[in-house]
Design a protein around this ligand. Structure first.
Ligand code: SAH
Length: 378
């Protein structure tokens, strides 16, 4: 398999010259035949990395309750799409659906499940977790237009990023080339300054700045859908609040960091999400956060739920797993602070006093887990 992707990339570079980091990342992760996500289930102990829903069922249960409340805040639309971007093994959406089946049967009955997933291997895993209920799509644009509750956990970090290097007063795109003599992939820098409209903060010679136009484009589409049809979205990922210089693209293989260019197609590649850019792209909706994952889960009541599950655990081992899983999600030294939550909410529908107010909808009720003061002002 490795051979296939590497040969494809070498041929691409021979034909077109060095490729952008974004192209490298897109091919390494998503190439139809040899891409990392196309060829395997990368999650879990036997895979390369683990995510919050795989660590603890409480994550999906709290998000299920979040979805049910946002559905109510949105005026209980029926039918409503429950959309997940990049559902992995389907664990999160399975926990969400189990929870809403228990606490919000009317929501459950109104829901059509739509999964945006490009990986055939992971679609198969999702089908075994969820049965025949979901509809699958290649991209968010393919999901039917309707009121929407959308969730995305560790999806945006997998989208291709561009990297630019500061040279004098300009930015030059960083490229990936192939060194035939040493048979290794290597970084190069474009000779000409980029024409991309970059809006980076202060930078020094040699600094690297990353952009993710694919992520911003998805946010624009999502916000447009919410503004047109109503609903809300919850985006959880690791990353930073404010745009900043710095190289964050990383490769992970077998739960360990690996060099980014070492084995394309064999390692997971992700980069920090720039939440400032995502929030700015969400035009026409109310944006809350980002707040830390720890603060978000604590506000949703992770403590109480953890104690209840621990008390019900059949033995000490299971009890310890429940407690350590919850701690891993919320502890600032683990996932509690690097991971962040961002919410988009359709402005309150049909409220006569708010309809023409500017800035739009100042009295928007915050979604669960967020405070009115978490409202993001553009
Ligand atoms: N949300 C899951 C999995 C995260 S891994 C969890 O928390 O466990 C990233 C997921 O996004 C995988 O399901 C991967 O196949 C999917 N993915 C990556 N790039 C994608 C793209 N461009 N379009 C749709 N899905 C994508």
């Amino acid at each position: 398999m490795t051979g296939g992707l590497e040969a494809h990339l070498r041929a691409l570079i021979a034909a077109e010259g060095p490729i952008s980091v974004a192209r490298f990342m897109a091919e390494a992760l998503g190439h139809r035949e040899y891409g990392y996500y196309r060829t395997r289930d990368p999650l879990g102990a036997a895979g390369d990395f683990i995510t919050a829903p795989e660590i603890s069922q409480i994550f999906g249960e709290l998000i299920g309750a979040w979805c049910a409340t946002v559905w109510q805040q949105s005026g209980r639309p029926d039918p409503v799409n429950l959309v997940e971007l990049g559902p992995g093994r389907g664990t999160l959406v399975a926990d969400v659906l189990r929870t809403i089946g228990k606490i919000a049967p009317a929501f459950d009955a109104a829901v059509a499940v739509h999964l945006v997933e490009t990986s055939p291997a992971l679609r198969a895993a999702q089908a075994s977790a969820l049965g025949a209920r979901p509809h699958w799509h290649e991209a968010i644009e393919d999901v039917p237009q309707a009121p929407t509750i959308l969730i995305a956990n560790e999806f945006f970090d997998a989208l291709p990023i561009h990297q630019y290097v500061r040279r004098g007063r300009a930015w030059h795109e960083r490229l990936v080339g192939y060194d035939h003599a040493d048979a290794v992939w290597r970084y190069e820098v474009s000779g000409a300054p980029t024409e991309a409209p970059l809006d980076p903060p202060v930078a020094e010679e040699g600094d690297i700045f990353e952009t993710c136009p694919a992520g911003a484009a998805i946010m624009r589409t999502l916000a447009g859908r919410l503004a047109a049809h109503g609903g809300g979205a919850l985006i959880i990922d690791y990353g930073h609040r404010a745009s900043a210089v710095g190289e964050t693209l990383q490769a992970v293989r077998g739960h360990k960091y690996a060099p980014v260019l070492e084995a394309p197609g064999e390692a997971d590649l992700t980069a920090h999400v720039d939440f400032a850019v995502l929030a700015r792209a969400a035009e026409g909706v109310a944006v809350f956060g980002p707040i830390t994952q720890g603060a978000f889960l604590e506000a949703l009541g992770i403590e109480v739920r953890t104690q209840a599950l621990a008390a019900a655990a059949p033995d000490q081992k299971r009890r310890d797993d429940v407690l350590s899983g919850a701690a891993r999600l919320t502890d600032p030294r683990q996932m509690g602070s690097l991971f962040k939550a961002l919410a988009l909410i359709h402005p309150q529908p049909g409220h006569p006093k708010l309809r023409h107010s500017k800035p739009a909808h100042p009295n928007q009720a915050p979604p669960p887990g967020f405070k009115a003061s978490d409202r993001h002002d553009r």
